[in-house]
Design a protein around this ligand. Structure first.
Ligand code: CTP
Length: 408
């Protein structure tokens, strides 16, 4: 799990820093690359030379070392890692992280990073249980920072209790777990998403069905774009000939009922994008055998019954509601006006409105012209390839969700 993973290790000033050389040695044995930032107080407990020798890399200490800034700015330093590990994380450093202070290289890198952060707190039991530290801890946890330890035991200060830095094997296990879970990287790593795509087929009898012209191109492109940004995607697709994007969990369905069930089974998720052209009505009583054409008999009548509305169901307020629910509006007139009404009536967050009139080439085509309708207003996007629309939409999703805790 740790093979070829790049770990930026921030070593702060606590007695547990003496365990860090052993941590580095074991991480490197497992194939990880370790690069260290040593804080000023960390250097009271462990020398830069020791860390450099064990990590096989330069140790970074000073924000204002111009040579470092020229060779490797703090931003690059924090971005060229797969994870930032703070060990030991002192009460002071946790407080600075919680409040966004950036007064040295370690805190600046922590503020500038776009990578997952893990901390291994280490401090006196009273400091650990102090409401200030606990409040800072909660703040950090809501930002999806992983906390490993601390454990209970004898503390260096002579007291006994919580505050002992997690043991080296426990930190290694937490890192391994992280990489196991976070096989994907990107701004949507660890976000769960459902995408519905394609048409539905509503059977009339075993050989005939009611369908629509949806190709699934847009929905599949959105699933692929979400994957590319690191999300864990369940693609619930009606019958299409679109290739399945790599990395998605594909659930193939035919009917709206099946699509509804599959969407509910995939909950909880952070994001739901309903791009499918779901049939509004199914056949109320599909024939179990092929309906025969008997000479002289009247043509059969097909009685329709309403299908469940997947978008509206997912959008209902409640604890299982995805944080962001996005629907499409397929319209042939009054595109934006109808989309605005749909957004409100279905209680979703955003609607991607598109004109599907004959002649626009939307259904089945590679391009689309859409309007993004949100609570803040309407954005008219230029005509773009469906893939580009997907990329833009997913970029917007990542921005909207940044800083919000994910559903696991
Ligand atoms: N939708 C859904 N389940 C349905 C019908 C629609 O999830 N049974 C979703 C679509 O995936 C899309 C949005 O609702 O995200 C709007 O679909 P659209 O076909 O434009 O509108 P309808 O709700 O079907 O309304 P109308 O046909 O009257 O325009």
């Amino acid at each position: 799990m740790l093979e070829q993973r790049r770990i930026l290790l921030i070593v702060a000033g606590g007695i547990a820093a003496v365990k860090i050389p052993d941590l580095i040695r074991r991480l490197r044995e497992r194939g990880a690359a370790v690069r260290c930032i040593l804080t000023k107080s960390g250097a009271q407990f462990v020398t830069p030379l020791t860390l450099a020798a064990l990590s096989g890399d330069k140790v970074y200490t000073d924000l204002f070392d111009l040579k470092d800034e020229a060779e490797m700015g703090h931003i690059r330093l924090s971005r060229e890692a797969d994870i930032v590990l703070v060990a030991p994380a002192t009460a002071d450093l946790m407080a600075k992280m919680a409040h966004g202070l950036a007064d040295d290289l370690a805190t600046t890198a922590l503020l500038a990073t776009d990578k997952p952060v893990m901390i291994a707190p280490s401090m006196n039991v009273m400091m650990w249980t102090h409401p200030a530290t606990q409040a800072n801890l909660s703040t950090l946890q809501t930002r999806q920072i992983t906390v490993v330890g601390p454990g209970a035991g004898d503390l260096a200060c002579g007291e006994v209790g919580d505050g002992r830095m997690a043991e080296v094997p426990d930190i290694i296990a937490a890192l391994s777990r992280h990489f196991q879970k976070d096989v994907r990287r990107g701004p949507l790593a660890r976000r769960r998403a459902i995408v519905t795509s394609g048409p539905t087929h509503e059977p009339i009898d075993p050989v005939r069905y009611i369908a629509n012209r949806s190709s699934g191109k847009q929905g599949h492109a959105i699933a692929a774009a979400l994957i590319a940004q690191g999300a864990d995607v369940t693609l619930i697709s009606g019958p299409t000939t679109e290739p399945t994007p790599d990395g998605v969990k594909l659930v193939k369905v035919e009917t709206a009922e099946q699509m509804m069930k599959a969407a509910q089974a995939a909950l909880p998720v952070d994001i739901a994008v309903c791009a499918a052209a779901v049939a509004d009505w199914g056949v109320s009583n599909p024939a179990p055998g092929k309906i025969k054409k008997t000479a002289g008999a009247k043509p059969p009548t097909v009685k329709l019954a309403p299908n469940p509305d997947i978008l509206a169901t997912l959008s209902k307020p409640g604890s299982r509601r995805p944080r962001l629910v996005i629907g499409f509006a397929a319209e042939t007139s009054n595109v934006v006006k109808n989309a605005k009404t749909k957004r409100v009536s279905k209680q979703c967050d955003w609607i991607v409105a598109n004109d599907v009139s004959p002649g626009t080439g939307t259904f089945g085509g590679d391009h689309n012209t859409v309007h993004l309708v949100t609570a803040d207003g309407v954005e008219d996007w230029p005509t773009l390839r469906k893939q580009a629309i997907a990329d833009r939409l997913v970029e917007r999703i990542a921005t909207a969700l940044s800083g919000k805790a994910s559903r696991e």
